[in-house]
Write a protein that binds this ligand. Structure first.
Ligand SMILES: O=C(O)C1=C[C@@H](OP(=O)(O)O)[C@@H](O)[C@H](O)C1
Ligand SMILES: C=C(OP(=O)(O)O)C(=O)O
Length: 450
């Protein structure tokens, strides 16, 4: 893979570590035993922002995530004419009642898959003409199943440069609704994007997911928030058919969930260092699938307390391996588990995650390359990988502008002195405070400037 694919273009005002080229990570000097609060969920924040912006009336969103992905979503909505005030971690959104005040212009979504896949539908459901652009990274990720579906129901969306990719031009005069077949095999975000727009279609929409759905819990999160904003949406036949009525949204006051995917790195830090971490603002029964990553850590020998409003994990002296697991339903934790796997007592195989080759980078290839560079035996397959126990040696590693790769490889630095990560600032996609928090918990992190 080519390092030049990395881009700083999508770093926002909320990013940190602007001029840092390397983070060198070394293990803590004392056992980790701490409580912490996790920042807001990227997935919930961007959904809530978009629904609140579309809604009739004002919404108050408490506990938003402030990161690159949410920054670009807010900027995109402002470019559409939405008034959004940010006070600390609260966003006050003045909804536009289904009609974007600025009916033309260019909007930029950075590297946010959520904004890129959620905005085309809600634009198409209104009237106007816009261009949607993204970062180089976002431009290389697919979008055609969503665009095909929207074009079937009245949108006129065309590709400006490369077929199937951003940038796109959206010419909008409403969407019809009715029967809409769509693929859910490469991204659940297409279904969420279509559903969110469905509340503003001309008639009820019946979405048919024809070929399976990766990460169905993210569609459940969409449906849950749609209901909070007043929509009627129902799942028929276990996510093969979903129906939504054209009710529109009504402004709401909502307390947003903490980010379960971010929590996974901190819980894993306790797991791999035999430490103890308590996350004080996340429940195991969160709708976010990654909250259930503690089940995997428990299977590996950790002790987990699933409290009311908190999750606490005690690590172990020796992580257990020797299993195969489908990571399809919590695919964002594939890299986290891959970083823990060398320290387990048997090989770990992860399957069913071919779609993560189309996330921020080809994640299967990137983690295999990183672990191999550290002398760990890995087997790469099209839909996953197997990792064997070993002693990782320190190395200088690319992060491929992928926040999850950077955050996962940090876990290896928690065991092995001198793991050097290039462009650590990429964590700002979802967790700008990641390294500061890891340092507070006891890791030694030395930043080198450009
Ligand atoms: O809808 C969402 O908020 C997300 C859906 C998932 O993407 P895919 O369904 O594209 O894999 C997940 O990996 C991503 O981090 C967030
Ligand atoms: C796949 C991810 O992001 P996106 O929302 O850009 O798809 C991710 O955060 O792991």
């Amino acid at each position: 893979m080519n390092e030049s694919h990395s881009t700083l273009e999508s770093r926002s005002k909320w990013a940190t570590l602007h001029s840092v080229s390397i983070a060198e990570i070394s293990p803590p000097h004392h056992p980790i035993h701490s409580d912490l609060m996790i920042p807001g969920s990227k997935s919930v924040t961007n959904r809530a922002l978009i629904m609140a912006a579309m809604a009739k009336g004002t919404s108050i969103l408490k506990g938003i995530l402030k990161s690159d992905d949410t920054y670009w979503c807010i900027e995109a909505l402002k470019a559409l004419g939405v008034t959004i005030e940010i006070n600390g971690n609260t966003a006050i959104v003045h909804g536009v009642n289904g009609k974007w005040p600025h009916s033309d212009g260019t909007i930029y979504v950075g590297s946010a898959g959520t904004a890129a896949r959620f905005l085309p539908g809600v634009l198409a459901a209104s009237q106007g003409r816009w261009m949607i652009r993204g970062s180089q990274q976002m431009m290389s990720r697919p979008i055609s199943p969503l665009i095909n579906a929207l074009n079937q129901i009245g949108a006129q969306i065309g590709y400006v440069e490369k077929e199937g990719h951003l940038p796109i031009e959206v010419i909008a005069d409403g969407i019809r609704g009715g029967e809409v077949p769509i693929s859910g095999r490469t991204s659940s975000q297409y279904i969420s994007g279509l559903l969110m727009a469905g509340a503003y279609a001309k008639e009820s929409m019946n979405i048919r997911i024809e070929d399976g759905l990766v990460q169905p819990d993210y569609v459940k999160i969409t449906m849950d928030l749609m209901r909070i904003f007043g929509a009627n949406v129902r799942d028929r036949c276990n996510f093969t058919e979903i129906q939504v009525d054209p009710t529109g949204y009504v402004g709401e006051e909502v307390q947003l969930d903490a980010d379960a995917s971010t929590a996974g790195y901190f819980l894993s830090l306790a797991a791999v260092t035999n430490g103890n971490i308590r996350i004080n603002n996340l429940s195991y029964d969160s709708l976010q699938p990654d909250a259930r990553f503690v089940d995997v850590l428990e299977k590996m020998g950790c002790e987990v307390e699933r409290g009311s409003g908190f999750i606490q994990l005690q690590g172990t002296n020796q992580l257990r391996g020797g299993f195969e697991i489908s990571m399809r339903e919590m695919s964002d934790q594939t890299l986290t588990l891959a970083a823990l796997a060398p320290f387990a007592d048997g090989p770990i195989s992860m399957v069913d995650v071919e779609h993560i080759r189309m996330h921020e980078c080809d994640r299967i290839k990137a983690i295999c390359e990183s672990l191999s560079k550290m002398g760990i035996r890995v087997e790469e397959r099209q839909d996953g990988l197997t990792i064997y126990p070993g002693d990782p040696r320190p190395a200088e590693l690319d992060t491929y502008d992928d926040h999850r790769l950077a955050m996962s490889l940090t876990l290896i630095g928690a065991k092995v002195a001198g793991v050097r990560l290039k462009d650590p600032g990429c964590v700002s996609k979802t967790c700008p405070s990641f390294f500061a928090e890891m340092e507070r918990l006891g890791l030694t992190i030395r930043m080198e400037g450009n």
